[in-house]
Design a protein around this ligand. Structure first.
Ligand code: ZN
Length: 99
């Protein structure tokens, strides 16, 4: 999607002049104002994060199933909660191929 851009010099709408990267010609993406003979490089105007963008955190490899480590227990501690955590740990360990 083309971004809108106004010429920094004459403030004309130069959105239509947008050209993507073309390395075969040695041009980087950007806009061009014919009136001012002025190029505007795309990298000088990085995309602003849009409202509603969702930041997706990279998933940690230690938590392949999205279970917080605090919810896991390597061995039961005698409590019901501990048993549950241990059962969850065993379930996940099995999914990794351990028994
Ligand atoms: Zn201009």
């Amino acid at each position: 999607m083309a971004r809108s851009m106004n010429c920094p010099k004459c403030d004309a709408d130069i959105s239509e002049s947008y050209e993507p990267d073309d390395w075969s010609c040695g041009i980087s993406e950007g806009w061009y104002c014919d009136d001012c003979d002025l190029g505007v490089a795309g990298w000088e105007h990085p995309c602003e994060p849009l409202e509603g963008d969702v930041f997706i955190a990279p998933s940690a490899p230690a938590e392949p199933l999205g279970t917080p480590i605090s919810e896991l227990a390597g061995r039961p501690d005698g409590t019901r909660d501990g048993d549950r955590k241990h059962a969850e740990f065993v379930r996940i360990a099995k999914s990794w191929g351990f028994d």
